[in-house]
Design a protein around this ligand. Structure first.
Ligand code: HEM
Length: 436
């Protein structure tokens, strides 16, 4: 490890080096470190680099909100960077700031509302497949179903008509491998590179036709920076691939867990159904007022994200000197923050393993207490798709849950797959039947 000054304030931690990645072993190691050394731990990685694991809600917030500019994205993102180039999730500094300012207006609430019809159509398409399975007494693979739903939704939201006319023209969805293969290894990177050619053709066709459309691609193509300059083709392609990857896997995984949890919690399920029947009695009732009124469903989604935050581990690297309340952070330090561990720390969330949406109930329109909770991150780099994802999940559940009752096929715990995203280790099978 590099020499540290003698008055350097270092958090407690083990003497022996600790390997950290983005994998199950890392989760187990971080939990042991928290139990042994407390909410801020320092360690040395086998490379000699200093790393801190921070599980203190106050320091997590401070680092992500006020101090965010002192950090860049950390280790473990190498493959993702190969996939997403300089896209929003992986870029830093001025490149990130410019892109974020250009893209943010596309995610305004009123724009997301205009995509609600797409959310309904994608839910309806699932209903057709599930009705068939129900009639045959067959099971459905809800892990694949929620992936297909969220992938189709994000692709139609980005490409509009071009999804059907251009992306599906060759007979199948060319992005499907992203849903099937959760690794982000080199073969995935190569397939995405191939796809860039097709996306560029779509962009060029649009430039020539210049007709009126509403989708993310047209909003991204019109976006300009403070000098009136738009994205180059390469920047645009990086941002489109980023939006596909960021926009489908996280929501798909959350919905996968919601269906699993609801199938094991009939009382909670009954309340979600009652709320859906009240506010979304049919497709014509799907509007922003009614989806906002689905407050109980919102708590169910929030509690699911507490237990299963798709981005379960965040990494950062200090660009410059920083300090925590009691400790120093030298430049180059790797930082590990885990919503999964923080959300399951008993002193912060009592009885943490219990699924209880009541934790998120609003009292007089306000959260019960200030919640140490960050499934969408916090601060300037907070997720841009938070509102979009809650809306898509409410529409999906609100239309499908009152119609289909789902039985678990096995009582075995599906386990956790801890990679860049937290997925279920086993695909979850459910047996649908029509309620009415
Ligand atoms: C349950 C669903 C979702 C969860 C839990 C989630 C979570 C997150 C988290 C934790 C980050 C920050 C990662 C980091 O800083 O290391 C992030 C960033 C981002 N998310 Fe989401 N996300 C979800 C859905 C979506 C959707 C549906 C979209 C798009 C439609 C989206 C677009 C983005 C983008 C563009 C960023 C990069 C923001 C930036 O760095 O400035 N997300 N998301």
């Amino acid at each position: 490890m590099t020499e540290l000054p003698t008055d350097f304030r270092r958090p407690p931690g083990p003497d022996a080096p600790v390997p950290l990645g983005i994998d199950p072993e890392t989760l187990a190691r971080l939990v042991v470190l928290r139990d042994e050394y407390g909410s801020i731990v320092s360690l040395e990685k086998p490379s000699g680099r200093l790393a801190y694991f921070i599980n203190d809600p106050f320091e997590v917030r401070r680092l992500l909100v006020r101090r965010h500019a002192k950090y860049v994205k950390g280790p473990g993102f190498e493959r993702v960077k190969m996939l997403l180039g300089n896209g929003l999730i992986v870029s830093d500094g001025d490149i990130w700031r410019r892109s974020r300012t250009m893209i943010q207006p596309a995610f305004k609430v009123q724009n997301v509302h205009r995509l609600m019809t797409v959310m309904v159509e994608c839910s309806d398409r699932r209903a057709a497949a599930w009705a068939k399975a129900a009639a045959e007494g067959a099971t459905i693979n809800i892990t694949e179903e929620t992936s297909a739903f969220a992938l189709e939704l994000i692709l139609v939201s980005i490409f509009g008509d071009d999804y059907e006319n251009r992306l599906l023209a060759a007979g199948s969805n060319p992005f499907e491998f992203l849903a099937k293969d959760s690794t982000r290894d080199l073969s995935v990177v190569m397939k995405v590179r191939e796809l860039r050619k097709l996306l560029l053709e779509i962009i060029e066709e649009r430039r020539q036709r210049a007709d009126e459309r509403f989708d993310f691609l047209s909003m991204y193509m019109q976006a300009t920076d403070k000098n009136g300059v738009g994205f180059t083709d390469n920047e645009l392609l990086d941002e489109l691939i980023t939006l596909v990857v960021a926009g489908f896997e996280t929501s798909a995984n959350t919905l996968n867990w919601v269906w699993y949890v609801l199938a094991g919690n009939p009382e909670v399920e009954a309340k979600v159904i009652a709320e859906a029947e009240r506010f979304l009695p049919d497709v014509s009732a799907v509007n922003s007022e009614n989806t906002t009124a689905m407050a109980y469903t919102q708590t169910v989604l929030e509690e699911t994200l507490r237990l299963y935050p798709p981005v379960w581990l965040f990494t950062r690297r200090a660009r410059e000197d920083d300090e925590l309340e009691e400790y120093d952070v030298p430049p180059g330090t790797d930082i590990y923050l885990s919503p999964y561990i923080l959300h399951r720390t008993a002193e912060i969330w009592p009885d943490p393993e219990r699924f209880d949406p009541e934790r998120f109930r609003l009292v007089e329109g306000r959260p019960k207490k200030d919640r140490p909770y960050f499934p969408f991150s916090l601060g300037p780099r907070r997720c841009l798709g938070e509102y979009f994802s809650f809306l898509e999940m409410k529409v999906h559940l609100g239309l499908l849950l009152p119609r289909f009752s789902m039985q678990r096929v096995s009582e075995e715990d599906p386990g956790l797959e801890l990679a860049i995203n937290l997925r279920s280790k086993q695909d979850i099978l459910l047996r649908p039947s029509e309620r009415h």
